[in-house]
Design a protein around this ligand. Structure first.
Ligand code: C2E
Ligand code: MG
Ligand code: MG
Length: 713
C-alpha cells in the first residue's frame, strides 16, 4: 500500500509539467495521504514566524501566507520534533485560532532539517476529520523530507545566484569574465554600454580586442607580473570602443581560483574615467595656466625654471627674459580694462609665436611676462630671440578697431649649472628689466655685475632691517611744518631713522626694501606707535593743537575692509584723538586697486583723521582720483621746490598745483623749502604750509619742546 503511494508520488514528481518542486510534492502528498491541507513553510531565524512556500487546500495550490508560531503545533515542530494529533488537535492547542477557523481535527507535521541539522522549514498535513493512519502519513513525510529540504536549498542557491547575476548585470562597472585561457566567457550590460560591443561580438575573444595601442609592451608585462604574483591588478589604461573612440578607464583584474588552487577565471571590472580625466585636466590647467591669456602662469613657470636650474649639465646654459609692457597702466586707464585684457592676450600670443616648443612663455604678473630659453648654445641665439621679440612688438596691436603701439622693456640673464635658484634668477632678471625701463623703455638690459652688487646690498639690508625691527633699533625724528598765515608750527612729520653698524641708512634706500620684502607693516606700526607716544608726551606739556604726520606706504593699506580700524585703534590706545594724526600717502594709494584704499580713506576721515597726499607731482596723478578720494592736504614734492627759483617751468608747475589744490578745497604744503627766497615765492603763491631745512631739519623727540618754545617765524 505505502509502496504504491511512494511510487505515485515519484511518478507525479517526474511527470509534473510544473517546475515548482514544492508545489508538485505538496499536491501529490496531499493526494496520497488524503489530507485536506498540505503545506511546506520556511521558518524565520528566530523561529517565531512561518511562511508557506507551497500550500494546497483540497487538491489545489493556494496563495502563501505567514503566521505566528506561538501556541501552535508548528511551534513544536520548529523545535525539531515530529508532531502528530490523530484528532482533537484544536483541544490540544486551544489558543491556535487558525486551527479553529480552518476547522482542523487531525494534524501531522515533521521538521525539515538542513545539512547542518537545523530545522529550517516544516512539512504539515491538516485534516478536517480524524486521521485514519497517522503512521503512514508520518512515514511518507519522513521519507520525502530529505528530498524536500535539498530542493529548497537548491532553489535558494539558484535564487541567490540569480540575484548575484542580476547585480553583475546591472552593475555600473563594466565586467568581463574570461576563462583561464583569456577567452571572454561573459560580459555585463555596462560593458556593452561603455564599449559598444555586444556579448556575442566578443564571446571567446581575448580582451585585447579593446586595446587602443597606447599602453606599451612594458606596461602589460608589468601588469601580468602583478596579476601572477598578487592575484590582482588595478590601474588606468587606455582602451578603444567599437566606434574607434579611445577612452581612459580604471581597470581592476582579479584571478578566481578553483578548489585545487588553479586559475579558473579572470574577472575584470572597469569604469570609463573620461570625465574625471577632463576634470583633472581642467584643474591642472587652472593651477598652471593663466586664465586670461591661456599661457603658463607664474607658479608653473617657477617650477620649470627650478627644473631648468637643477637639470643643467656642465657647460650648458639657459636664459631667462623678463618683460614688462611699457605704459600698460596708462593704456588700461585710457582705454579701459577690457581693452587692457585684450592687449595682454594679443601680447602673449605674439610672445608664444616667437619661441620653440621646448621653451616656455608665462604671464608672471599683471603686465609682466617671462620666457625661459632652455639650453641655448651661444649668446648669439639669445640676442637673436631678443631681437625677434622687439621686432614682434614693433607692429601695432589692433584692438576693438583701435590700432595701438605697445612696446616692452626686458631684463635678460643667462644661467648655468652653478647659478642661483629660480626666485633669485627671476629677481635679477626683473632688476635688469627695471634698469631697461629707467633707460627710457622699449629696450633690454642684461643683468650686470653692478646690478649684482645692488641685489647683494638689497639682500644684506633686508636681513639687517629685519633684525633691526625685532631688536627695536629704529628711531623716529620729527620735522616741523609751519603754517604761513598763522606763522606758527602746526604739525610735525614723523620720519623713521635707522643706524646700521654705526652707519645711517637713508629711508629712500630702506623703505623700498621694506616694501618689497614685507617688512613695511611692522615698520609702519613701529613709527605710528612711536609718533603717538611722543605726541602724547608733547600734549601733556601743554601743546594741545599739534598734529603729527605719519607716512604710510600703499603696501600697508589692508586688503580687507575688516582691518580698516587698526590704525585708529593704535591712536586710541595712546589716548589720542584721530584728529591728532594726519596720514601721508603717495599718489599710488589713490589708484583703484585690490586694496580697499577708498574705503580706508573714508573710514579714517569719518573718524577725524586728516590725509595728506605726499610727493605730489612725482607719481602717477590723476585729477579724477583726486576728486573721488578725499584728501585734506597736498604736499608738493621737494624736487619742484628745489628748482622753482631757477627753473621757470617748475615755478609755473608749483603755482598751478597750488591754484588747482585751492580750487579743490585742499590745503597745500611745500616740502624741502631751504631758502628764504623759496619761502617768499611760496607765500606769494598762496601756499598754506612750509616744511624744510629753512625752518628745521627733522628733530629728535627730546628737542621738540625747546624748539617749540624758542620758535620764531
Ligand atoms: P617724505 O615723506 O617726502 O619726507 C620728506 C623727506 O624730505 C624726508 O626725507 C626729509 O628729511 C626730507 N627733507 C625735508 N626737508 C628737506 C629739505 O629742506 N631739503 C632736503 N633736501 N630734504 C628735506 P627722509 O627722512 O630721508 O625720508 C625720505 C622718504 O622716506 C620720505 O619722504 C618718505 O617717503 C619715506 N619715509 C620716511 N619715513 C617713513 C616712514 O615712517 N614710513 C614710510 N612709509 N615712509 C617713510
Ligand atoms: Mg612724507
Ligand atoms: Mg614728501
Amino acid at each position: 500500500m505505502v509502496e504504491e503511494k511512494v511510487k505515485s508520488i515519484i511518478d507525479s514528481l517526474s511527470n509534473s509539467a510544473s517546475d515548482n518542486f514544492t508545489d508538485t510534492i505538496c499536491l501529490s502528498l496531499a493526494k496520497a495521504i488524503k489530507a485536506d491541507y498540505v503545506f511546506i513553510a520556511k521558518l524565520n531565524s528566530e523561529h517565531t514566524v512561518a511562511t508557506t512556500i507551497s500550500l494546497t487546500i483540497d487538491g489545489v495550490i493556494n496563495d502563501n501566507f505567514s503566521y505566528d508560531l506561538q501556541a501552535t503545533p508548528c511551534q513544536d515542530i520548529s523545535e525539531g520534533n515530529v508532531c502528530c494529533h490523530t484528532s482533537h488537535a484544536q483541544q490540544a492547542y486551544p489558543d491556535d485560532q487558525l486551527l479553529i477557523d480552518m476547522n482542523i481535527v487531525g494534524y501531522v507535521g515533521v521538521p525539515l532539517k538542513n545539512s547542518k541539522k537545523e530545522t529550517d522549514a516544516i512539512l504539515v498535513a491538516l485534516y478536517r476529520l480524524p486521521i485514519e493512519s497517522e503512521v503512514e502519513v508520518v512515514s511518507l513525510f519522513m521519507l520525502f523530507s530529505g528530498m524536500i529540504i535539498k530542493e529548497i536549498e537548491k532553489q535558494e542557491l539558484i535564487d541567490e545566484l540569480r540575484t548575484r547575476n542580476k547585480i553583475i548585470e546591472e552593475s555600473s562597472d563594466a565586467i568581463i569574465v574570461c576563462d583561464k585561457n583569456y577567452k571572454i566567457t561573459s560580459v555585463n550590460k555596462a560593458f556593452s554600454r561603455i564599449t559598444g560591443y555586444s556579448f556575442r561580438e566578443v564571446e571567446g575573444k581575448n580582451p585585447n580586442v579593446l586595446g587602443a595601442g597606447l599602453n606599451d609592451k612594458y606596461f602589460f608585462k608589468q601588469m601580468w607580473e602583478d596579476i601572477i604574483q598578487n592575484g590582482a591588478w588595478s590601474g588606468e589604461i587606455w582602451n578603444k570602443k567599437k566606434n574607434g573612440e579611445i577612452f581612459p578607464e580604471y581597470l581592476s583584474i582579479n584571478v578566481i581560483f578553483d578548489e585545487h588552487n588553479n586559475v579558473a577565471h579572470y574577472v575584470a571590472f572597469f569604469i570609463d574615467i573620461t570625465k574625471q580625466k577632463q576634470a583633472e585636466e581642467k584643474i591642472y590647467r587652472q593651477a598652471h595656466f593663466d586664465l586670461l591669456t591661456g599661457i603658463a602662469n607664474r607658479s608653473f613657470f617657477m617650477d620649470k625654471l627650478s627644473l631648468a636650474v637643477h637639470t643643467l649639465n656642465d657647460n650648458e646654459k639657459s636664459a631667462l627674459l623678463f618683460m614688462d609692457l611699457d605704459l600698460f597702466k596708462e593704456i588700461n586707464d585710457v582705454h579701459g580694462h577690457n581693452f587692457g585684457d585684450e592687449l595682454l592676450i594679443k601680447a602673449s600670443c605674439r610672445l608664444q609665436a616667437l619661441i620653440k616648443s621646448t621653451d616656455i612663455v608665462a604671464r608672471v604678473s599683471g603686465d609682466g611676462f617671462a620666457i625661459l630659453l632652455n639650453n641655448v648654445v651661444s649668446n648669439e641665439i639669445i640676442d637673436n630671440i631678443i631681437a625677434r621679440v622687439f621686432a614682434g612688438f614693433r607692429e601695432p596691436f589692433v584692438i576693438h578697431d583701435t590700432s595701438i603701439r605697445c612696446t616692452l622693456s626686458m631684463g635678460v640673464i643667462s644661467f648655468s649649472d652653478d647659478s642661483d635658484d629660480a626666485s633669485t634668477l627671476i629677481k635679477k632678471a626683473e632688476h635688469a628689466m627695471c634698469h631697461a625701463k629707467d633707460n627710457g623703455r622699449n629696450s633690454f638690459s642684461y643683468f650686470t655685475q653692478n646690478m649684482q652688487n645692488k641685489v647683494h646690498r638689497q639682500l644684506f639690508l633686508k636681513k639687517a632691517l629685519s633684525a633691526a625691527l625685532t631688536s627695536n633699533s629704529l628711531s623716529v625724528v620729527f620735522q616741523p611744518i609751519v603754517a604761513i598765515k598763522e606763522q606758527k608750527i602746526n604739525k610735525f612729520e614723523a620720519l623713521v631713522r635707522w643706524k646700521n653698524e654705526g652707519q645711517w641708512i637713508s629711508p629712500e634706500e630702506f623703505i623700498p626694501i621694506a616694501e618689497e620684502f614685507s617688512l613695511i607693516k611692522p615698520l609702519g606700526e613701529f613709527v605710528l606707535d612711536e609718533a603717538c607716544r611722543q605726541l602724547k608726551i608733547l600734549k601733556s606739556q601743554g601743546y594741545n593743537d599739534i598734529v603729527f604726520n605719519v607716512n604710510r606706504s600703499v603696501y600697508e593699506i589692508p586688503l580687507n575692509k575688516s582691518e580698516n580700524d587698526q590704525w585708529l585703534m593704535v591712536i586710541k590706545q595712546h589716548g589720542l584723538k584721530p584728529s591728532d594724526i594726519c596720514f601721508e600717502l603717495t599718489e599710488s594709494a589713490l589708484a583703484p586697486d585690490k586694496r580697499n584704499n577708498e574705503g580706508l580713506f573714508n573710514q579714517l576721515r569719518i573718524a577725524g583723521c586728516t590725509i595728506a597726499l605726499d610727493d605730489f607731482g612725482t607719481g602717477y596723478s590723476s585729477l579724477s582720483y583726486l576728486r573721488r578720494i578725499p584728501v585734506d592736504y597736498i604736499k608738493i614734492d621737494q624736487s619742484f621746490i628745489r628748482e622753482m627759483s631757477t627753473n621757470k617751468d617748475d615755478n609755473i608747475l608749483v603755482s598751478t598745483i597750488i591754484a588747482m589744490s585751492k580750487s579743490l578745497g585742499k590745503k597745500v604744503v611745500a616740502e624741502g623749502v631751504e631758502t628764504k627766497e623759496q619761502l617768499q615765492q611760496l607765500t606769494e603763491l598762496g601756499c598754506d604750509l612750509i616744511q624744510g631745512y629753512y625752518f628745521s631739519k627733522p628733530l629728535a623727540s627730546e628737542s621738540l619742546v625747546s624748539y617749540l618754545t624758542d620758535f620764531k617765524y
